[in-house]
Design a protein around this ligand. Structure first.
Ligand code: UD1
Length: 339
């Protein structure tokens, strides 16, 4: 069974390709290499023993997308990761974000509608909930106004899929709302490759420990949380990757009662910034150089998932711990820096 993974050389995409191949799916990757590297194919092959098909293609090129799907009519499902994801950049370049994330979604979806097996998995984000009124966050929690153009592309993306599902009953779609993906494959053959200075916590921690950054700034310790730092639900990327496989299998086995569903993908457990640092120090035996700094604009205080729906309906549960994730993130950092 052939599955298309767009953005399949990216952080979450590459781990998902490995899990799909482990389950016997034939994978074809589309990636424009804008924020990824062709060597990721070697890592995927080294882990799974299979080199996936790869097409370098920018999904904004509508006619090439159509041609691609004409040549691959046997695709049984599409997992759509390809998107720009830097929150700060999206504030400065909103049109680039709307064009990259929405045009590409529309072109891919249009082609998916012509497949005999129109199954579609969308990368959404817990960012759609903003600062939720109730914790843990249920899928039924209201979607709050987006804090950034990036966040808005996830909200609008979900709406585009909902509206299409209403009138195209052959389309079956699932949006997975990821909490904070971290970690790397235990083999250290694939992982996160942030461009420039990392904006996210865990790559900043590992780069600081590796000597690329002098010091981690902890953004605020005066939040109304037990230790004063923000709380997030950090989900190991391998667990997250497996959620995509399970979601796709649900659609292939026609177990979905509705043709559009949404699931939270997190651990259900909140961890503070200081707890993440402690976990890193514990598993590596290193001392991290960090200081408390000002709050970062736009940060929510707490976000962690209610995972009952994904546990019960999808039959998926996060199995790896924060410690596992920090250990694998460090192993990956050491691998790419030859430490
Ligand atoms: C961010 C995005 C979110 C996106 C997600 C993808 C924002 C506001 N949100 O989530 O939309 O879906 O990345 O992974 O950018 N922190 C520090 N020091 C640092 C970096 C982070 O203290 O140098 C803290 C933050 O204040 C936050 C936590 O670590 O409390 C996690 O931050 P981060 O990894 O950037 O993720 P989010 O902001 O939760």
């Amino acid at each position: 069974m052939k599955v298309l993974v767009t953005g399949g050389l990216g952080f979450i995409g590459s781990h998902t390709v490995v899990e799909l191949q482990n389950k016997g799916f034939e994978v074809v990757i589309i990636d424009n290499l804008s924020n990824s590297s062709i060597e990721v194919l070697d890592g995927i092959e080294a882990i799974s023993g299979v080199r996936p098909l790869f097409e370098e293609l920018d999904l904004k090129e509508k006619s090439r997308v159509e041609e691609f799907f004409k040549a691959h009519k046997d695709i049984v499902g599409v997992i759509h990761f390809a998107a720009s994801k830097a929150v700060g950049e999206s504030v400065n370049e909103p049109l680039m974000y709307y064009e990259n994330n929405l045009n590409t979604l529309i072109y891919v979806l249009k082609s998916v509608l012509h497949l005999d097996s129109a199954n579609f998995i969308f990368s959404s984000s817990c960012t759609v909930y903003g600062q939720a009124d109730e914790l843990p966050i249920l899928e039924s929690a209201p979607v709050k106004p987006a804090e950034s153009p990036y966040g808005n592309t996830k909200q609008i993306g979900e709406e585009i899929i909902v509206d299409t599902c209403k009138v195209r009953s052959n389309l079956n779609a699932i949006s997975l709302r990821y909490f904070n993906p971290i970690g790397a494959h235990a083999s250290a053959k694939i992982g996160e490759l942030p461009l420039g200075v990392p904006q996210n916590l865990v790559p900043f921690i590992t780069q600081t420990a590796a000597g690329l950054r002098e010091q981690l700034a902890v953004f605020g310790d005066d939040y109304p949380t037990p230790d004063g730092t923000c709380i997030r639900d950090y989900i190991h990327v391998v667990d997250l990757a497996k959620a995509h496989v399970v979601a796709l299998q649900r659609l292939l086995e026609k177990k979905n009662p509705e043709n559009y569903e949404v699931f939270n993908i997190g651990t259900g457990k909140g961890s503070s910034v200081l707890e993440v640092i402690q976990s890193f120090e514990k598993v590596t035996g290193l001392k991290l150089n960090y200081k408390i700094a000002e709050r970062r604009a736009g940060d929510v205080i707490q976000a962690f998932a209610d995972t009952s729906k994904s546990n019960e309906v999808l039959g998926w549960k996060a199995e790896l711990s924060l410690d596992d994730a920090m250990e694998s993130a460090w192993k990956w950092e050491k691998h790419i820096r030859n430490i």
